[in-house]
Design a binder for this molecule. Structure first.
Ligand SMILES: [Mg+2]
Length: 391
């Protein structure tokens, strides 16, 4: 079997609701969607629900080769970007191609990916994550109530700009998830907005009222001394890693005891990269947590990890023209038996979105910048900002 073609389709869309955190507290719903396809000479096609502008540059490395050699193909892509580094658009492209290759491998095996990866059961524990700083208190309550209705007993709140609001809102999350069990797991995420000392002061205030399972990205992603200081100064675990690239970025954090929950996702250089990091963490008795992704398709990987804790579920309505064969039941993501990642594309909807994107081009999405005041002092949302709206 040989790879004969690599292609992409992309579109802009609006998600069903906004998402926002300490860096973009007003939230946004202007999203980019896409698919990467890898076709074979035997008519089987692998698909990943993401694109990447560097995919066409890497595609020639795959053409003509056997797609079943996923790890070898991943390695040749990593070697190809050696000088510039496995970062940014290169990392995104390798991730997209690697995920499409794994989808393809499982389809060749005529089984769901969780089976190809060696999982015994196609399921993993879920936690609710509203990415919710932009939600009103009522919307926040409705989101966590909905998730509790599906048996989810863990939730993560976005925090960092306004301690009084954060404490009030975490109580809402706790209240709603308590419908599932009296002591739900509560997490907070400040998305690198704090300095280590700001983080310690803030987390200690949370811990006067709440028992936190983890605090996420309480300091900059590479600051192993700061993250270690936070970990040693609070009761909660420090979770971090969702913005790192691959195993080489994680080892300094692990070796310096700067991470207690290792976060992986599509962006950990695809499934191959995420597996490497998860296995490395297992060697240090560290749990991993899977980052959210459209369609929750990375649950296939989480299901195959003995040290997986729980996966982030956002439910923001990002699957505007496709569907993945899984659902949430009794607090778990339950994967179906469709081959590969279980992705079904609605051709009509995708074509309409592509047409709409071409006919009415919007200005490029703004970069997702760091909010002013970060690491120095909190800058709550002003009335003026509210009136200007998300930018
Ligand atoms: Mg996060």
């Amino acid at each position: 079997m040989r790879i004969v073609n690599v292609s992409q389709r992309s579109y802009r869309y609006r998600s069903a609701r906004k998402i926002g955190d300490a860096n973009w507290p007003l939230g946004f719903d202007d999203m980019t969607g896409g698919f990467t396809f890898i076709e074979t000479d035997e008519g089987i096609t692998g698909v990943a629900p993401l694109g990447g502008s560097a995919v066409p540059s890497l595609a020639p490395l795959l053409i003509g080769l056997d797609p079943r050699g996923v790890v070898g193909l991943w390695q040749s892509m990593i070697a190809a970007v050696f000088k510039g580094g496995n970062e940014g658009e290169w990392k995104a492209a390798i991730s997209a191609l690697d995920i499409a290759l794994w989808d393809l491998k499982a389809k060749i095996n005529l089984e769901p990916l969780w089976k190809t990866l060696g999982a015994l059961d196609g399921r993993c524990k879920a936690y609710a994550s509203g990415i919710d700083m932009c939600l009103t208190d009522a919307e926040l309550r409705a989101f966590y109530r909905r998730m509790a209705g599906r048996g989810v007993d863990a939730g993560k709140l976005k925090v960092g700009l306004d301690m009084d609001a954060d404490l009030r809102r975490l109580a809402i999350v706790q209240e709603e998830l308590s419908l599932v069990q009296p002591r739900p797991s509560l997490m907070i995420d400040s998305n690198e907005y704090w300095s280590p000392k700001q983080a310690i002061r803030a987390i200690r205030q949370f811990e006067e009222r709440f028992d936190l399972t983890w605090v996420e990205e309480p300091a900059r992603r590479w600051d192993y001394r700061g993250l270690r200081k936070v970990s040693q100064s609070v009761r909660a675990a420090v979770a971090t890693g969702e913005n790192l690239n691959d195993a080489s970025d994680f080892s300094p954090l692990i070796l310096n005891e700067a991470v207690d929950v290792v976060e992986i996702g599509m962006g950990t250089t695809g499934i191959t990269g995420a597996l490497q990091v998860a296995h490395m963490a297992a060697g240090f008795e560290l749990p991993v947590a899977m980052m959210n992704c459209p369609g929750n398709v990375m649950a296939h990987v989480a299901a195959a990890l003995p040290n997986h804790m729980m996966m982030e579920v956002v439910e923001a309505g990002r699957e505007v023209c496709w569907h993945a064969d899984n659902h949430i039941e009794n607090g778990f993501i339950v994967l179906g038996d469709s081959p590969g990642l279980g992705i079904t594309i609605d051709e009509e909807k995708l074509a309409a979105l592509e047409r709409e994107t071409q006919e009415h081009p919007r200005s490029p999405s703004p970069p997702r910048s760091r909010r002013r005041g970060a690491g120095l002092y909190a800058v709550p949302v002003t009335e003026e900002e509210r009136q200007l709206g998300p930018r």
